[in-house]
Design a protein around this ligand. Structure first.
Ligand code: HEM
Length: 407
């Protein structure tokens, strides 16, 4: 399709869009707040005042046909209750929500810190490394795996497969064969894990789910596998991207970086502003359950609608000077974790992991620099962040103490 310089097209599969989606979002908010893409067959809402109510109105904006553009019909197998409407959504979410109460999550802090240190110390001693491979990709996987009961030996493979499930080669619309193969590999691995937990139950969430009944019925294997998929992909990919995005934007904004370095109590705000400014989850989709008119456009029952979180979070009507990265700003209206019945179940955990991980980064990796030429982006229609982030330390650290250049 030819597209002139002024033609406005939102193409969630385009690598150029992944590189910098924000100018497209700004034009959508200004010129086409109810945008239709006939080529790819979806609508998009970009203003905060439209995105937030759409998230809340699950009866009109249904999740039951999937939350990705390409997942029609395959949704519930791999997205569990994220891709369901009430009442089933509420039942399944209710089962696992006990593991995610703020209190239960807060108890995880010492273990998260210990894990973070175990990765950051060697990275610091080597004077640098790849921030994703050596740290940001590993920590969230360990945390979610310990909650679920995923053995250490399977975690590296699961990370590789879950990256492949999300990756889209340039120009590919739809689910590529490699992603399907990786999905299959994850299923085989999850089947093994569930079998093992059935044989030898532990104190983990999988064992608890295997023993749980909903209205007198045990959860089916399919439901447990779907839940594992959801946790590994939703819980792991997003948090990995958050950590690297936080580092990147602090590095690009020297004054902001100095603020957190001078006052580490600001780290929680660094996390929030990173998610507002450049969230790892940019787009969630819904399917309309009836015709609906908005901004003079008639969207039809059964059509897909993209809810552009990344755009709503840059809406200047809600966030003054929205394109400025400012860790001191008020982020309460941020839609980074969604809103309504699907509000991120792992939000407290993600916030805790973000804060602890970045506090430890400040401690163990002072004077980091990013080698911008070798940064690599993830290419996915809804997750945004980096797959490679080479980092070096100007002053290496040994065993937690700064080594002066003269030493
Ligand atoms: C920076 C990190 C994270 C971000 C930005 C994020 C973002 C989101 C968003 C936007 C939603 C709403 C989806 C929708 O409305 O369709 C969501 C749902 C969800 N997230 Fe997260 N998430 C993060 C971390 C986590 C973690 C660590 C976990 C668990 C270990 C998790 C588990 C879930 C689950 C289970 C849901 C589905 C909730 C439901 O459908 O009721 N997320 N997340």
């Amino acid at each position: 399709m030819s597209s002139g310089p002024d033609e406005l097209e939102l193409d969630p599969f385009s690598w150029a869009f992944h590189e910098n989606p924000f100018p497209v979002y700004a034009r959508l908010r200004a010129e086409a707040p109810a945008y239709h893409n006939p080529r790819l067959g979806f609508w998009a809402l970009s203003r905060h005042a439209d995105v937030a109510p759409a998230f809340r109105d699950w009866e009109l904006y249904s999740s039951a046909k999937g939350i990705a553009l390409e997942h029609e019909g395959e949704a519930s197998a791999s997205a569990s209750f994220l891709a369901m409407d009430p009442p089933r959504h509420d039942q399944l979410r209710g089962l696992v929500s006990r593991a995610f109460t703020p209190r239960r999550v807060a108890d995880l802090e010492p273990r998260i810190r210990e894990l973070a240190r175990s990765y950051l110390r060697p990275l610091a001693e080597r004077g640098g490394g790849d921030f994703i491979e050596d740290f940001a990709g590993r920590l969230p996987m360990d945390v979610v795996s310990e909650l679920l009961g995923v053995p250490v030996e399977q975690r590296a493979d699961l990370r590789t497969w879950s990256d492949t499930v999300l990756h889209r080669p340039e120009g590919v619309v739809g689910i590529p064969p490699e992603a399907r193969v990786a999905s299959g590999q994850m299923v085989v691995c999850f089947i093994d894990i569930v079998k093992e937990r059935r044989r030898r139950p532990g104190l983990d969430l999988i064992s608890a789910l295997l023993a749980t009944e909903v209205e007198g019925e045990r959860l089916g294997d399919g439901e447990i596998l779907g839940f594992l998929f959801l946790m590994i992909i939703a819980g792991n990919e997003t948090t990995t991207k958050l950590l690297a995005n936080a580092l990147y934007w602090a590095w690009r904004n020297r004054a902001q970086r100095k603020l957190v370095e001078a006052d580490p109590t600001l780290v929680a705000r660094w996390v929030e502003e990173t998610m507002r400014y450049d969230n790892s989850t940019q787009i969630m989709y819904r399917t309309l359950t009836r015709d609906h008119e908005i901004h003079g456009q008639r969207m039809r029952e059964g059509e897909k609608v993209a809810l552009l979180i990344g755009s709503a979070n840059r809406d200047e009507r809600v966030f003054p000077d929205a394109d400025r990265y400012d860790i001191l700003r008020d982020t309460r209206e941020s839609l980074a974790f969604g809103v309504g019945i699907h509000f991120c179940l792992g939000a407290s955990l993600a916030r805790l992991e973000g804060r602890v991980a970045l506090e430890e980064v400040l401690l163990h990796l002072p004077h980091w620099s990013i080698n911008e030429n070798n940064l690599e982006r993830v290419h996915s229609p809804n997750v945004r962040g980096f797959s490679k982030m080479p980092l070096h330390l100007d002053h290496p650290i040994r065993a937690g103490r700064l080594v002066s250049p003269a030493e």
